[in-house]
Design a protein around this ligand. Structure first.
Ligand SMILES: *Cc1c(COP(=O)(O)O)cnc(C)c1O
Length: 392
């Protein structure tokens, strides 16, 4: 059986890059900052990159190599680099590829810290960002300038779970010869492979569904070899590398991603269907509900709808607060993609300082709740959410 024809689950379980002295069945952890050499010639060849081998764990390590190799196979990518966090992956990818004065075209709705990079930090280097709305991918063409270097998007988006047409974005990027970078965190490589649709680079916060158990932070960028080379050279100098311990945990986590994701998605769809008929709920958004505005696109590019369900409870901010305070089992937390179901109410917490019109721009309404559906029994998840809805 050739490696290339193996299915996703097999690749996730069977990709092992190290053969060790003791032939451990499970890859051991290589907690070492550096590696030794036989003689000056070996060391010279390694530093001159004539010989592929580990030198120092800021550059590479057997555990991060295994994690990155797995991620590349699962995303259909040529090469990759692993980072300490998802934000280190996002920042380093931009910083390695952009020059002062370059321009980004980004989806309006992106992860909060990514948005802060665009608005607070990149302008320091005269890097400006123009935004397109989630429901109008075609408008990207009108925003492109001669200095546009990167088109950036997430799909599904956070927290609105909108879906962007990746094939269309890929075609626009190709036509204008601009890089397409996709944050694929919400979908994971199991549900969606943006490279198939024309993405040059794919970024993940491995902290979310890739770990899937709320334990460690991590990030990874995978994609075209020559771009990863630039990202690698930047990162080996600036030092955002993933720790070997986290790489070991995350490589193990990938072995169970497919079975976890299947159950996450099954539970999320059942919760979305339950909420859709509930009298205390104004609307529900879930990519695999036929009522979702981009349902057809979601069906085309995703294997399943993911684990995030957005919905609006009746009663505005107060309704949302009452719902939130009445939750008994689910966790009130800001993380997502954990085994535990997590609910957040952006309007009274993370986004409470935004004016109503600014909330609208990022897709947040006052009664909106974001639920990261976990792996508890679906009947127990629904029971908790239902009793909280009845308190409103
Ligand atoms: C969480 C998240 C990030 C940042 O990842 P960290 O590991 O927390 O640094 C980036 N993008 C998306 C879509 C996320 O959900």
């Amino acid at each position: 059986m050739s490696l290339e024809t193996q299915n996703f689950e097999t690749q996730a379980v069977r990709t092992q890059t190290e053969k060790t002295q003791f032939l451990e069945h499970s890859t051991p952890m290589y907690l070492t900052s550096g590696f030794v050499f036989e003689d000056s010639e070996e060391m010279r060849a390694a530093f001159a990159e004539e010989k592929q081998r580990d030198l120092y764990s800021r550059y590479s390590n057997p555990n991060t190599n295994e994690f990155v190799t797995k991620m590349c196979r699962l995303e259909g990518a040529e090469d990759g680099f692993a980072f300490a966090t998802g934000m280190a992956a996002v920042y380093s990818t931009f910083a390695a590829l952009l020059d002062a004065g370059d321009h980004i075209v980004s989806c309006r709705s992106v992860f909060g810290a990514t948005h802060a990079l665009f608005t607070k930090y990149f302008p320091k280097w005269n890097i400006e960002t123009s935004y397109f709305p989630v429901n109008d991918v075609d408008s990207v063409e009108n925003l492109i300038q001669p200095n546009t270097k990167i088109i950036y998007a997430e799909s599904p988006t956070n927290p609105g779970v909108d879906v962007l047409d990746l094939e269309r974005l890929g075609a626009i990027a190709k036509k204008h010869n601009i890089l397409l970078v996709i944050d694929n965190c919400f979908a994971t490589p199991y549900l969606q492979n943006p490279i198939k649709f024309g993405a040059d680079l794919v970024i993940h916060s491995a902290t979310k569904l890739i770990d899937g158990q709320g334990r460690v932070l991590g990030g990874v960028t995978v994609g075209r070899k020559e771009l990863i080379r630039e990202i690698y050279l930047f990162s080996r100098i600036t030092g955002p590398a993933m720790s070997p311990f986290n790489a070991w945990v995350l490589s193990k986590s990938l072995e169970t991603l497919a079975v976890r994701a299947d159950r996450h998605c099954e539970n999320a769809l059942k919760l979305a269907e339950f909420l859709e008929s509930h009298p205390k709920v104004n609307w529900v958004k879930y990519p695999f509900l036929p009522s979702h505005p981009q349902y057809e696109i979601a069906k085309k590019q995703m294997k399943s709808g993911g684990n995030i369900v957005a919905f609006e409870v009746k009663g505005g901010v107060q309704g949302g607060k009452t719902f939130f305070d009445s939750i008994e089992m689910c966790s009130l937390s800001a993380n997502l993609g954990d085994t535990r179901t997590i609910v957040t109410h952006p309007a009274s917490t993370t986004h409470s300082k935004l004016a109503d019109e600014d909330k609208q721009v990022v897709g947040i309404t006052n009664g909106m709740v974001r639920c990261s559906v976990g792996l508890e029994h679906i009947d127990d998840i629904i029971e908790d959410i239902e009793q909280a809805l009845l308190e409103i």
